[in-house]
Design a protein around this ligand. Structure first.
Ligand code: 5GP
Ligand code: ZN
Length: 112
């Protein structure tokens, strides 16, 4: 999508610190980390948010949830939190579906 920052990152038009890439998804470190380790995993296809998931396009989410544990193992993360913000009211600022993966000693007890 033309003016989507994550589509531009996937295309290489905006630089990113890439962790992993395959045909379906792209993983990179968050520019503004909220914990010791903070990366994002996004589908390569532009899906604006979790609200736009359907039977037709949701398989990529299962795929992403197989990639996340592989990356966690590679990075030596013993425990981590996966977060998706859906909609402005929930804190979504980039409208290309993404999963935050956070790990480290400064994680709070619950959600953030
Ligand atoms: P949201 O608030 O939509 O759940 O999360 C968007 C995330 O994308 C934020 O944590 C923000 O720091 C990150 N982000 C926004 N723009 C860029 C960018 O250009 N590069 C990287 N690496 N992360 C970005
Ligand atoms: Zn996009």
């Amino acid at each position: 999508m033309a003016d989507c920052v994550f589509c531009k990152i996937i295309a290489g038009d905006i630089p990113s610190k890439k962790l992993y890439e395959d045909a379906l998804c792209y993983a990179f470190y968050d520019i503004n980390p909220q914990s010791d380790t903070h990366f994002l995993v996004v589908p390569k296809a532009h899906i604006a948010s979790a609200n736009e998931l359907t039977e037709e396009n949701a398989a990529v989410v299962a795929h992403i949830f197989t990639v996340i544990p592989k990356l966690a193992k590679e990075l030596g993360l013993e425990s981590y939190r996966v977060i998706n913000n859906c909609g402005e009211g929930a804190g979504q600022t980039v409208f290309h579906l993404h999963f935050h993966v956070l790990s480290g000693k400064n994680l709070g007890e619950k959600l953030v």
